[in-house]
Each structure stands twice: as structure tokens, then as C-alpha cells.
Ligand binder design. Structure first.
Ligand code: G3H
Ligand code: 13P
Ligand code: ZN
Length: 332
């Protein structure tokens, strides 16, 4: 058993309390690679922001769970080396789908886990979440649950359509499961194609898709029923059009990729939404920089030559999210 406390990591409890009270949201960035980890830590330290570094089941398969855990431990030490005396870094399991996976992470240094029972029938979701909560809380690990289904595709959870969270279920669900935070479905979804062109309108000037608004009425109803309870938004990448354009201008093919407009995330951050998940925007920032580099410097073949601008571009994006969208800067 390795406790996250030995690694210098923290759980989400205090972080979320402060974020809800302060009207900002904590960034939850997925990471799979060294460059993403470095960029996340540099961005968090430079902006004095708490940060959640999250690992999906796919990331564990790609990079190895043990390596990722040591990378998170390294992230704490790296943040200190960069001058941050008291880094607030959470190592979180994203979309855990079984008790065994959550237990494995809890036993191996994670400070927070998500048990995603959103595709299960309601009572089964409660029972599975409760089982994870009972185990996690013995070790002061916090637990995120999900109620309602997001459209889109993740490695292990896929749904054609979204089913918004039903506000009338949230009190019963959170009380009976004992979860520490709740991911809800209000129209966000995973990936770089969050809406079909049919769901959007088109800006007549740019020809770009304009997505439909999130269901803020549902969010506000949930806040009313669960005052002060930490709410999580998954699928919150904005799919920056300049990155999409760079990718497409350098041999890529991402037609009609569309995300959540940043003004809506800004508004959500001021509410009980205290954790905002961003993965696709990091993928786009990395890919755009690498495609551009290869196009402009076809003779380069040392990975450091193209991973360095990729890391810089991701860092720029992370800082932008922290300062301009979520408002978690200057909180350390
Ligand atoms: O929720 C999905 C995250 O973007 C993780 O994606 O399962 O492909 O690692 P992944
Ligand atoms: P995006 O695909 O919008 O980045 O969402 C990531 C996410 O929700 C990870 O759990
Ligand atoms: Zn997610």
C-alpha cells in the first residue's frame, strides 16, 4: 500500500470547498506522456494554480499505471524545484469502471478516483459507487461519481446520445452513495466532435459551426437541490479553431471539429462546477505543433525537436484555461 500522502499529493476535498466558495474551477488535465506532465506542472506553477492530473484506463494501458504514478510523484517534486513551496496536485483516476480498478489506484498512490457507473441502472450505480466510497474513505481518498450519460466515445464508456442528469435524483444519489463530487450531463461530450453539424448553426462570416448552449437550467436546478456540493463537468474541451485550422493546414483532416465555447465554461466555473475536464484540447495543441513542425522542417527527426514546440503549445493552452477560463490562478 502506497498512500498518496507519502508522495506529496492531496485529495480534492479542501480544493473543491475553496473552489465552490471562490467561484472558480480546478483544471483536470489528462496526461499520458512526459511532455504533457511537464507542461501541466509548468503551467500550474507559473499561474499558482491547484491542478488535477488525471489518468484514464486508456492512459494506464498506453503508459503503464506504475510509471504514471511515479510521474505524478515526480510532478510534485518538479513543482517544488520550479519554486512552488506547497504544490496542490491531485492524482485522479478518470472514468474508473470497476471497484477493482479503483482499489488498485487507491492502493497505489492515487488521491482521488472516479467510479463511472453512469451507464448502469440507477440502483447499480449507487451500489457500485457506495462500495468504492467505503473503501476509498478509509484512506482519505476522495471519490467522484457520475449521474447522467454524456454522448461521445471514451475508451471504455460509449454512448450515441446524451441523457441529461435528472435534478430530482441528485440528492438521493449523493446521499446514498456518499460520493464527494458528482459529474453531471448538461450537454458536454467527449472528444473533438461534440456536436453534429445538424445540432449547430453556422456562422455566416466564418463558416464555422456554432454549437447549441449547455443546459444551464439543469445545472442551476442541481445547485439548488445540492447547495455547495462539488459538481464536475466532463467533455469540456473547447476545440480551439486556430489549432484545428493549423492541423488542417498541415496535412490533417478534422472537418467540422467543434467544442464547448469558452464563455460557457467561464460561466460554469463561477457556479458549483468546481472541476472541469480537459483532454482533447491538449491532444489538439500537441498535434498542431507537431504537424506544423514536420511541415516546416522535414529534415528533423530528433523527437526533442518536435516535442519541444508541442510541449510549449500545450503549456500555453493550459495557462490560457487556468487564467482566462477557469479562474484557478493565484490560489496557492
Ligand atoms: O474521458 C475521456 C478522456 O479524454 C480520456 O480518454 O480514454 O482515450 O484516454 P482516453
Ligand atoms: P474532452 O474530450 O472534452 O477533453 O473531455 C475530457 C474528459 O472529460 C476526460 O474525462
Ligand atoms: Zn470524461
Amino acid at each position: 500500500m502506497t498512500s498518496y500522502k507519502e508522495l506529496g499529493l492531496v485529495n480534492t476535498r479542501e480544493m473543491f470547498k475553496k473552489a465552490v466558495a471562490g467561484g472558480y474551477a480546478i483544471p483536470a488535465f489528462n496526461f499520458n506522456t512526459l511532455e504533457q506532465m511537464q507542461a501541466i506542472v509548468q503551467a500550474a506553477v507559473e499561474t499558482k494554480s491547484p491542478v488535477i492530473m488525471q489518468v484514464s484506463k486508456g492512459a494506464r494501458n498506453y503508459a503503464n499505471g506504475t510509471i504514471l504514478r511515479y510521474m505524478a510523484q515526480g510532478a510534485v517534486e518538479y513543482a517544488k524545484e520550479l519554486g512552488c513551496e506547497n504544490p496542490q496536485i491531485v492524482l485522479h483516476l478518470d472514468h474508473g469502471d470497476t471497484f477493482e480498478l479503483c482499489k488498485d489506484c487507491i492502493d497505489n498512490g492515487f488521491s482521488s478516483v472516479m467510479i463511472d457507473g453512469s451507464s448502469l441502472p440507477y440502483e447499480e450505480n449507487i451500489a457500485l459507487t457506495k462500495k468504492v466510497v467505503e473503501y476509498a474513505h478509509q484512506f482519505d481518498v476522495t471519490v467522484e461519481a457520475e449521474l447522467g450519460v454524456l454522448a461521445g466515445v471514451e475508451d471504455e464508456v460509449a454512448s450515441e446520445v446524451s441523457h441529461y442528469t435528472k435534478p430530482e435524483e441528485v440528492v438521493d444519489f449523493s446521499t446514498r452513495s456518499g460520493c464527494d463530487s458528482l459529474a453531471i450531463s448538461i450537454g458536454t461530450s467527449h472528444g473533438a466532435y461534440k456536436f453534429t453539424p445538424e445540432q449547430c448553426t453556422r456562422d455566416p462570416k466564418t463558416g464555422k459551426l456554432v454549437p447549441p448552449p449547455l443546459a444551464f437550467d439543469i445545472l442551476h436546478e442541481i445547485e439548488k437541490r445540492l447547495p455547495g456540493f462539488p459538481i464536475v463537468l466532463h467533455g469540456s474541451s473547447s476545440v480551439p479553431q486556430d489549432e484545428v485550422d493549423t492541423i488542417n493546414a498541415h496535412g490533417g483532416k478534422l472537418p467540422d471539429a467543434v467544442g464547448i465555447p469558452e464563455e460557457q465554461l467561464r460561466e460554469a466555473s463561477k457556479s458549483a462546477v468546481c472541476k472541469i475536464n480537459i483532454d482533447s484540447d491538449s491532444r489538439l495543441a500537441m498535434t498542431a505543433a507537431i504537424r506544423k513542425h514536420f511541415d516546416e522542417k522535414p529534415g528533423d527527426f530528433d523527437p526533442r525537436q518536435y516535442l519541444k514546440p508541442a510541449r510549449e503549445n500545450m503549456k500555453k493552452m493550459y495557462i490560457h484555461k487556468i487564467v482566462e477560463v477557469l479562474g484557478s490562478n493565484d490560489k496557492l
